[in-house]
Design a protein around this ligand. Structure first.
Ligand code: ACO
Length: 333
C-alpha cells in the first residue's frame, strides 16, 4: 500500500493593520524611499500593534486557513508554528495558538520550529513526514512573526527590510487518486554562517548586570547583507533544482515559483539562476517586506486567493534564512 500524501486543502493569512511606508522610515533613519525601493523592492511593511503578539497573528491566519479548508479546529491532530519571534520563551507559540483557535480539546500535539526565514518550509516538510508515516491526518502549519520587535530602529541597514505577518495552511492525508499534494521536500543547513545573520540577545547568555534586563535579553537583528545575499541566491537556486531533479521534472513544468520574500533583487537573481521567468514568480515583498517565516505562506495565500494558483498547477516553494538554513517544497496543487 502506498503511503498517504499530504494535500493542502486551505490557506490563510493575516497582516496587522498598521502600515509603515518608506517615507515614514526615512523620518527615523538616514535613508530615502528611493534607496529602499531600488535596493529591496519594498514599498511598505506592516507593524504589529502594541500588545499584538505573534500568536494573535498566527491564530488569525490559522482560522482563515481552517475556514478555507472547511475544517473544524477540533479535527486537527497536529499544529506546528514556525517562528523566531515567539510570544514566550516557553511554552511554544503553537500551544497558545491551539487555545486561541479553540482546538485545545483535541489534545493534539503542538510545537514550534525555529529555522528563521526557512521556518515555514521546514515546518511543512515535518508535517509532510507526519502525514506520510500515518501519524497525522489533519495538520495546521503556520509561519508567523513579529520581526519588527527585534529590529534596531537606529540601524538603517536592517530596520528597512522587515515586517510582521502570518500565513497558514491546512494539510490533509489523502490516499490513492491523482498526484495532487506535496510531491517532495528538501531541507538543508550549514551552521558555519551563524554570525552572518543572527539576533544578538539570547536566553542562555543570561541577564547582563547593570543593563536594562528586558531590553538586552531580547537583542537585535545583526546581518552582513552582502554575504547573505550571495549565499541566499546560491542555496535557493540549488535546492530548487534539487526538488525538480528528484521528481524528474524541469523548470518548464513549474507554474508558480514562491521564494522567500527577502527582497526583490534576491528573488530576481534566484529566478534567473534557476531559469524561471519573472512572470511565474509570486512577489509580495513590495507590500509585506521580509516577514521571515511568514513570507512564503503569505505569498502562497495571496496567489491562491487571487486565482493565480489553480488545481493541477505545479508550485515550487523555496526559502533561505539564518543558520544558514534553506529548503524547498514541490507541490502539485
Ligand atoms: N539607506 C541608505 N543607505 C544605506 C542604507 C539605507 N537604508 N543601508 C545601507 N546603506 C548604505 C551603506 O551604508 C553603504 O554606504 P557606504 O558605501 O557609504 O558604506 C551603501 O548604502 C551600500 O551598502 P551595501 O550594504 O553594499 O548595499 P547593498 O546594495 O548590498 O544593499 C541590502 C543592502 C539591501 C541589505 C542588501 O545587501 C541585501 O538585500 N541583502 C540581503 C539581506 C536580506 O535580505 N536579508 C534578509 C534576511 S535573510 C533572508 O531573509 C534571506
Amino acid at each position: 500500500m502506498n503511503a498517504p500524501r499530504a494535500r493542502i486543502i486551505g490557506t490563510g493569512s493575516y497582516l496587522p493593520e498598521k502600515r509603515m511606508t518608506n517615507d515614514a522610515l526615512a523620518k527615523l533613519v538616514d535613508t530615502t524611499s528611493e534607496w529602499i525601493s531600488s535596493r529591496t523592492g519594498i514599498l511598505e511593511r506592516r507593524i504589529a500593534a502594541e500588545g499584538e503578539m505573534t500568536s494573535d497573528l498566527a491564530a488569525h491566519a490559522g482560522q482563515r486557513a481552517l475556514e478555507a479548508a472547511g475544517c473544524d479546529p477540533k479535527d486537527l491532530d497536529l499544529i506546528i508554528c514556525a517562528t523566531s519571534t515567539p510570544d514566550l520563551v516557553f511554552p511554544a507559540t503553537a500551544a497558545i495558538v491551539q487555545r486561541k483557535i479553540g482546538a485545545q480539546s483535541t489534545k493534539a500535539p503542538v510545537f514550534d520550529i525555529q529555522a528563521v526565514c526557512t521556518g515555514f518550509v521546514y515546518a511543512l516538510s515535518i508535517a509532510d513526514q507526519f502525514i506520510r508515516s500515518g501519524m497525522s491526518q489533519k495538520v495546521l502549519v503556520i509561519g508567523a512573526e513579529t520581526f519588527t520587535r527585534i529590529l534596531d530602529w537606529n540601524d538603517r541597514t536592517t530596520c528597512i527590510l522587515f515586517g510582521d505577518g502570518a500565513g497558514a495552511v491546512v494539510l490533509e492525508a489523502v490516499e490513492g487518486g491523482d498526484d495532487r499534494g506535496i510531491l517532495s521536500t528538501h531541507m538543508h543547513a550549514d551552521g558555519s554562517y551563524v554570525e552572518l545573520l543572527h539576533v544578538t540577545g539570547g536566553i542562555s547568555q543570561g541577564r547582563p548586570s547593570g543593563f536594562d534586563v528586558k531590553h538586552d535579553a531580547l537583542g537585535f537583528v545583526d546581518m552582513h547583507g552582502n554575504e547573505v545575499f550571495k549565499q541566499a541566491v546560491k542555496a535557493m537556486g540549488a535546492v530548487a533544482e534539487e526538488a525538480l531533479a528528484a521528481n524528474g521534472l524541469t523548470v518548464d513544468d513549474v507554474d508558480w515559483f514562491i521564494p522567500h520574500q527577502a527582497n526583490k533583487r534576491i528573488l530576481q537573481a534566484t529566478a534567473k539562476r534557476v531559469n524561471i521567468p519573472e512572470s511565474k514568480v509570486v512577489m509580495t515583498v513590495d507590500h509585506h517586506g521580509n516577514t521571515s517565516a511568514a513570507s512564503v505562506p503569505l505569498a502562497l495565500d495571496e496567489a491562491v486567493r487571487d486565482g493565480r494558483i489553480r488545481p493541477g498547477h505545479l508550485v515550487l516553494l523555496d526559502a533561505f534564512g539564518g543558520g544558514f538554513t534553506w529548503a524547498s517544497a514541490l507541490i502539485r496543487w
